[in-house]
Write a protein of this length. Structure first.
Length: 154
């Protein structure tokens, strides 16, 4: 599958969040969206990234952006993660990896010389028309908001 890039139409998605709410791409029609994929709840990098989005959430809202996280963890895992870190945005439980596959973020990873299959930490910035405007594949977990702001025109 060819990697998604800026200018591509964002694939449709739907899944349940940590509260059991059905979240669909169509919910964001006419809105801007930061859709970020992360490997696992409660791991250091994923926690840092989620907390960075949390700490900047009001700023994202003021700029007209919604924030949604996606991983293959369960709704229950997401619920604990969101409560523990007071995350104000939805985390989609993509246990069957349908969204993860559609966005092409599942693949071989190399961590300390050990190869494994998993979610490649990736963020998609999507405009009001559902078009991807920016893809971040080299995510800086602790300062991801700044990284995004440096590359998009607000």
């Amino acid at each position: 599958m060819e990697a998604l890039k800026a200018g591509d139409k964002a694939p449709d998605f739907q899944g349940k969040d940590q509260k059991g709410n059905l979240i669909k791409q169509s919910d964001f029609s006419g809105k801007k969206l930061i859709l970020y994929f992360y490997p696992k709840d409660n791991t250091p990098g994923c926690t840092a990234e989620a907390c960075d989005f949390r700490d900047n959430y009001e700023m994202w809202l003021s700029k007209g952006y919604a924030v949604v996280g996606v991983s293959a963890d369960s709704e229950a895992s997401h619920e604990k993660f969101a409560e523990k870190h007071e995350l104000p945005f939805p985390l989609i439980a993509d246990e069957d990896k349908s969204i993860i596959q559609a966005y092409g973020v599942w693949g071989e990873k190399n961590l300390y010389g050990k190869k494994s299959m998993g979610i490649k930490r990736t963020t998609f910035v999507i405009d009001e028309k559902g078009v991807i405007t920016k893809v971040f594949k080299q995510v800086k977990s602790k300062t991801h908001t700044d990284q995004i702001l440096e590359k998009i025109n607000l």
